[in-house]
Design a protein around this ligand. Structure first.
Ligand code: 13P
Length: 248
């Protein structure tokens, strides 16, 4: 069965003081280890990893290079993330696709590089409002899934997560209705079962886009929604904890 997760994507937010407060608050809470993940800015990953001795979160990155090492000024390699014991990397977020021109081919190369370093990739997919309004949602999303996973083999030990984030629902306060989201998640599930007959049923598919404590329950009631990839509501410890409790 697919596992459930709440993954906080802090984006370019949260300074040292704010993250200290966040972790301080969580120290008092009971959290199931394994299901709750945070992706801070690169510069804070190490600090957050050190804090996991008191708060059982998994820490990862919001992006990385598809290269292992060498002359790539300003890039962060998946091997260096593995070296400091990061757990996962978010790849192909719509902000990276739109603002940094990341193609499906580059994202696919990053997925392979991340898996080659035993980190868990969270492959993000999602349609724009224009694509939804012209009935292209399923085509766009399944194309992103297929191209993002091109040539990716999954063994029994390998872990990978898909996140469906409709672009029009990110940071806008407009959540896809649970039914709208489930329709796309069910399509992604069928594609995963076709690509990976052995394990496609067990791959977690997270929903992202204005997930809040007041809508998480209805979202995760859907059979193919296995948790959330959360931006804004993951920045406040109280909201993050409320989301984690919903999954617990
Ligand atoms: P919001 O939860 O702020 O809409 O952001 C979603 C997101 O982009 C998570 O990756």
């Amino acid at each position: 069965m697919a596992k459930s997760y709440i993954v906080g994507n802090w984006k370019m937010n949260q300074n040292r003081h704010e993250l200290n407060e966040f972790f301080g608050h969580l120290e008092k809470e009971e959290l199931n280890p394994g299901n709750f993940w945070i992706a801070p800015q690169f510069i804070h990953i190490q600090t957050c990893i050190e804090k996991t001795n008191k708060v059982p979160l998994k820490i990862g990155a919001q992006n990385c290079s598809d290269q292992t090492s060498g002359a790539f000024t300003g890039e962060i390699s998946p091997s260096s993330l593995a070296d400091i014991e990061a757990h996962f990397v978010i790849l192909g977020h719509s902000e990276r696709r739109a603002l940094f021109n990341e193609s499906n081919e580059l994202i696919n190369s990053k997925v392979k590089a991340v898996m080659g370093n035993k980190l868990v990739p969270i492959l993000c997919v999602g349609e724009t409002l224009e694509q939804r309004e012209s009935n292209e949602t399923m085509n766009v999303v399944l194309d992103q899934v297929t191209k993002g996973l091109q040539g990716v083999k999954l063994g029994a030990e390998d872990d990978i997560i898909i996140a469906y984030e409709p672009v029009w629902a990110i940071g806008t306060g407009k959540t896809a209705s649970p039914e709208q989201a489930e329709e796309v998640h069910a399509g992604i599930r069928e594609k995963l079962k076709e690509l990976y007959p052995e394990c496609g049923e067990n791959i977690s598919i997270l929903y992202g886009g204005s997930v809040k404590p007041n809508n998480i329950d209805d979202l995760i009631k859907q059979p193919n929604i296995n948790g959330g990839l959360v931006g804004g509501a993951s920045l406040k410890a109280e909201d993050f904890m409320a989301l984690c409790r919903a999954i617990n």
